[in-house]
Design a protein around this ligand. Sequence first.
Ligand code: NI
Length: 206
Amino acid sequence: MAIRQILRAGHPVLEQVAEPVVDPTTDAIARIVGDMIDTLDAAGASGIAAPQIGVSLRLVVYFAPSQRCTARPGDDPLDLTVLVNPQITPVGDARYEDWDGCLSFPGLRGRTTRWERIRLVAWDLDGARSERIVGGAHARTVQHECDHLDGVLYPTRMTAASSLGFVEELTDAGRMTPRISVRAKAHLRGQTALLDRLRRAGVTLV
Ligand code: NI
């Protein structure tokens, strides 16, 4: 498929409420997911939502790399996963603050407060429903990506606008630990059901 241009903040598609996916099992949806995987891998990030490549559909591709997991409950690593029409609800009332970043705001980070644990319901490309409880950094990624489906970008979740800064400055100042770049395709090898589905749809990753 193709590495697509990532829309930056200010583009109207990023502010729209995305449409539900009517049928997750079509080849057309698999092709969009193929582009999302290629684009995510090239960007070295851990999550992307379809509106970021200009497709206003409720689709997320993400993974939870072990090197970013915290000791918080439910913060478990997860290989590359497609979320179709995801729904999240908080589990408990605990929230916590941490750094947030977004491919649509390149080079920037800001402090946001998000739920510590959430229940996540979603469908996959075979139309199978899954439900799991996730926490910590894993849950923060899911909340960030699901916000994109509602046209919500992380600055509106920021605890204080004054925390916004550039990655290089924040890390030089010791206010943020440097992020390790992560590659989506390294977290795809064991995902045989997803790889099968993409293959059947004629999707070749670049
Ligand atoms: Ni984002």
